[in-house]
Design a protein around this ligand. Structure first.
Ligand SMILES: [Zn+2]
Length: 465
C-alpha cells in the first residue's frame, strides 16, 4: 500500500546537490522514497520490491509544491472585493462572511480549495483558519484534508482583542480556550504519518494584546507547537503598536514579548527595513512570501532577495482565494520571479531555480518539515508531481524543465500528483473525488454564504465592467 515507481523520467530532485537526472526513476514504499537514480537501476529497485514502474516517456518529476499560506474558507469569496487595499478589503470583503460561516461552507470551501491546490502540483498546504465562529469548523477542515489526501498544516487562527476597534465579537476568544482547543486538535489529528500538523496562528499584532502575545510565545515554548502570524503586510503593524500600545514600533513590541524565534513563520513581511530583517534573521524567523496577494491588495513588494541574502528561510504562498484570487502555485512561481526582477531592475534578482527552491525545499524549511518533505531523496515522503509539458501548447517546447515549470506552465500540464505515496491525481483526473461535484457544491455554498452574510447590495455587483 502507498507504494509505487516511476521510470524513464527527468527527475528534478532539489536534493542538496540540486541533482537533475536526465533519465531516471523513483521508487517508494509505504509512503517513503526508497530509491532515486538512473533508469536502469530504478527498474531493478522496483523489481526487487515486486513493483512495475510506470514509464513516463521523458515527462518531468518534481517534489510536491509547498503552499505556506492560505485561508481555505476564502475560496467561497473568490472574485469579491476587487480593487481594495488591505485595510478596506478585510472589513468589507471578509468580515461579513467570516462571522456567519457554518460547517457546510467550511467543508465546501476546503474541498474545492484542496482540489484546486493539487491541480497546480501542491502536496502540502498551510490552512490558516481564523473564521471560527464555531470551534468545530477546525475539525471540518482537517477531516476534509484527510479525505482529500493532501498534507495539511492546520494553523489554528485566533484573536483575543479588537471589539473596541470594530472586530466582530464572535471571532474573539480567550487565549486559554484557544490553547486548549489546539491541544485537543493535536491529540486528535497529529499522527506519525505527518498528514496533519498543527500551528498556533494569532491573526496579527493588532488582534492580540500584549499579554496575549507573551502567552502565545509561552504556549509555543511549552508545547513545541510552532507559530505563524501575519506580520508587516503593511505599515499598519507599526501604526497600531505606536497608537494603541504606546510602543516605539512593532519590532519593539515583538522583542519585548520575546515573540520572535525559529518556530515562527511570519507571513508577508512587506513593510520592513534592515532593522526588522536583521532581527528576524538573528532570531531565525522564517517567512511566507505571498506575491500575488501583495500585488492584488497593493501592499507592496516583500524584500525577498534581501532575506535570501541574509540566509533566511523563505517559502511561497498564495494567501487566501479572496486576495489572489485562487490557489494556483504555478501562477505564484512565475509572479514571484517577475515581481522581483521588475522591482529590482535586475533579471538575476530572482531566478527560476531560486523560485523553485522557495516553492519546495525552502517552504519545507520555513515550516521545519524539511526532514520529511521538500525534495526527492531516499527516506523522505513520496510527495511529488509529474509534469508533461510536451503535450500541452502553453508549456511546449521544453529546453530546461525548471524554466518551463516557472515561466510557461499551466495546470493542465500537471498530469499526476502523489502524496504520502498515494496517487491522488492521475492523467489529470482525481481518483477519489468527483471534481465536478466538488465545484458545483462550492458554487452553491458560495451563493449561500454570501446571501447569509451582511453585504451591501452594491458590493456584490461589479462597479465597472
Ligand atoms: Zn493571509
Amino acid at each position: 500500500m502507498n507504494s509505487g515507481a516511476l521510470n524513464n523520467a527527468v527527475i528534478v530532485t532539489m536534493n542538496p546537490g540540486r541533482d537533475l537526472l536526465a533519465r531516471g526513476g523513483i521508487v517508494w514504499e509505504d509512503g517513503r522514497i526508497v530509491f532515486v537514480g538512473p533508469s536502469d537501476e530504478a527498474g531493478r529497485a522496483a523489481g526487487d520490491r515486486g513493483l512495475r514502474p510506470q514509464d513516463l516517456h521523458g515527462a518531468v518529476v518534481f517534489p510536491g509544491l509547498v503552499n505556506t499560506h492560505t485561508h481555505l474558507f476564502q475560496n467561497l469569496l473568490k472574485g469579491l472585493g476587487a480593487d481594495l487595499n488591505l485595510e478596506d478589503w478585510w472589513p468589507q470583503t471578509i468580515k461579513p462572511a467570516a462571522v456567519c460561516i457554518e460547517e457546510r461552507h467550511a467543508r465546501a470551501a476546503a474541498a474545492g480549495g484542496m482540489l484546486e491546490a493539487i491541480r497546480s502540483g501542491t502536496t502540502t498546504l498551510v490552512d490558516y483558519m481564523y473564521a471560527l465562529p464555531d470551534r468545530g469548523l477546525s475539525d471540518v477542515v482537517i477531516e476534509q484534508g484527510l479525505q482529500t489526501g493532501i498534507r495539511l498544516v492546520y494553523a489554528r487562527g485566533f484573536r483575543n482583542t479588537g471589539a473596541q476597534h470594530g472586530f466582530p465579537v464572535q471571532l474573539i476568544e480567550q487565549t486559554d480556550d484557544v490553547f486548549e482547543d489546539v491541544l485537543r486538535l493535536r491529540r486528535q489529528y497529529e499522527k506519525p504519518d505527518g498528514m496533519v500538523r498543527l500551528r498556533v496562528a494569532p491573526a496579527a499584532i493588532w488582534a492580540l494584546d500584549g499579554q496575549g502575545l507573551r502567552d502565545t510565545r509561552g504556549f509555543a515554548d511549552e508545547t513545541g507547537i510552532p507559530l505563524t502570524m501575519h506580520m508587516y503586510e503593511t505599515d499598519t503593524d507599526n501604526v497600531v503598536c505606536r497608537e494603541r500600545y504606546g510602543a516605539v514600533d512593532a519590532l519593539a513590541t515583538f522583542e519585548e514579548a520575546g515573540f520572535l524565534g525559529p518556530d515562527l513563520m511570519a507571513v508577508h513581511v512587506v513593510a520592513v527595513g534592515d532593522r526588522e530583517l536583521d532581527a528576524f534573521s538573528r532570531q531565525g524567523v522564517s517567512v511566507s512570501h505571498n506575491p500575488v496577494a501583495n500585488m492584488y491588495l497593493a501592499s507592496g513588494t516583500a524584500p525577498v532577495p534581501d532575506m535570501l541574502a541574509r540566509g533566511m528561510q523563505v517559502g511561497l504562498g498564495t494567501d487566501g482565494a479572496a486576495s489572489n484570487n485562487g490557489l494556483d502555485m504555478l501562477e505564484t512561481l512565475k509572479t514571484t520571479a517577475l515581481l522581483h526582477k521588475v522591482t529590482t531592475g535586475d533579471p538575476t534578482a530572482m531566478t527560476a531555480g531560486r523560485v523553485l527552491e522557495m516553492a519546495t525545499i525552502g517552504g519545507a524549511r520555513a515550516l521545519g518539515m524539511d526532514g520529511s518533505i521538500g525534495s526527492l531523496e531516499v527516506g523522505k515522503k513520496a510527495d511529488l508531481f509529474v509534469l508533461n509539458p510536451a503535450c500541452h501548447g502553453k508549456s511546449c517546447p521544453v529546453h530546461h524543465p525548471v524554466a518551463t515549470l516557472v515561466y510557461s506552465c499551466g495546470q493542465d500540464a500537471v498530469e499526476k500528483v502523489v502524496i504520502e505515496g498515494r496517487t491522488i491525481l492521475d492523467k489529470g483526473v482525481f481518483l477519489f473525488q468527483d471534481e465536478e461535484q466538488v465545484c458545483r457544491t462550492q458554487q452553491e455554498m458560495a451563493v449561500d454564504l454570501v446571501r447569509s452574510a451582511d453585504y451591501p447590495a452594491d458590493f456584490l455587483a461589479p462597479s465597472e465592467i
